[in-house]
Write a protein that binds this ligand. Sequence first.
Ligand code: AMP
Ligand code: ZN
Ligand code: ZN
Length: 402
Amino acid sequence: MKSNKFYIIVVFFALSLCSIVAQTSKSKYLLVISYDGFRWDYPEKVETPTFDSVQANGARVMQCQPCFPSKTFPNHYSMATGLYPDNHGIVLNSFYSKELKAEYRISNRKAVTDGRFYGGEPIWVAAEKQGVKSATLFWVGCEAEIKGVRPSYYYKYSSRLKYNNRLDTLKKWINLPYTERPKLIMMYFEQPDKYGHQYGPNSNEVKKQISYIDSFTKKVFQTISNSSIADSIDIIITSDHGMSELNIKRIVNIADYVKLKDVKSWYGNNPVFMFTAKKNREEKLYQQLLTIPHSTTWKKDSIPNRLNFGKNSCIGQFVVVADSSWSIYIKNVGYIGGTHGYDNSNKDMQAIFYAIGPSFKKGITVNKMRNIDMYPLLAKILNLKIDKIDGDISPLIPLIKE
Ligand code: AMP
Ligand code: ZN
Ligand code: ZN
């Protein structure tokens, strides 16, 4: 009897091991890394052996176009949802929602973690709903419950968390037991955006930061190659926007042209703002905004179609954006080295996109994509069904192995 029981246990163990092996060999993992403000041409500024090797052994899209406005929150959430900011609702880093009667600000923990602000279906939500575990480290929106769902693993945002600690988190996730291991991992890093703002995109500080990021990325690859999923993980390295060089000779104070007493509310920072006028002062404010030099002002409903911006109810009555490399400000000039937020066709605003792994061809380069086109690619790799979105996988098809 005893030996029979032992036999059954061994057979059961062998069978479950077979099924785990079968699942493991079929399973695909996906890691998406975003280095904030990594302009499309930064890898050409210094030696970047890791990025070069990803390009040689994988795929690169030379310019990944952000959505307008080319700011961090709208764009990370566009990458996560495949939707224009107009359609997902995070229209700027700060805004007012009339429907929710609440303000959204990236520094406001209550707002950032409030799922009601976030439209669309982030890829981690699509994954979790379809039984695919996800893990996110600081990706915009990942701390909020969206459509009733949160990633299986996520952390409270802390810009102070050291990159090596973030790497330890990745190591922990990819080495979890099979049934607990996330298949989708999304990670966010603040640099080189921070130094781009402080010192400008052409500074030595940014160059050093690019070298550092390149060597950090090498450590990411080493960590993965020491794990059991080394051969079954695709890795995408991208960014939300680029960076434009500023100059103290190219600064305009909006308050020199606009009477702030006519303004009910304004949101934004250099170089893009949204304004709403006090009652019956719309036309007056509009005429004043039009006089701000080195900038363009649109009424919300007459923003050019190519910017796909102006329908969402969280957008102010008027949108003002500075000309390339010009600074506009209210009260506080902010960073003087560099900034972003300009027209998304501005070359300086374009970001990086690299991809390597079993799904991707070796040594293939494509010229352009929009960052919203990444979403259907992520869904394809993870075999997820997705809703109708604004992005389109077509520009990325040449990168993918049949
Ligand atoms: P921007 O003004 O567009 O350059 O915004 C960049 C800032 O967004 C960075 O300094 C980050 O600290 C902040 N940030 C990025 N992701 C998050 C997040 N998930 N939660 C809170 N703040 C974030
Ligand atoms: Zn950013
Ligand atoms: Zn920034």
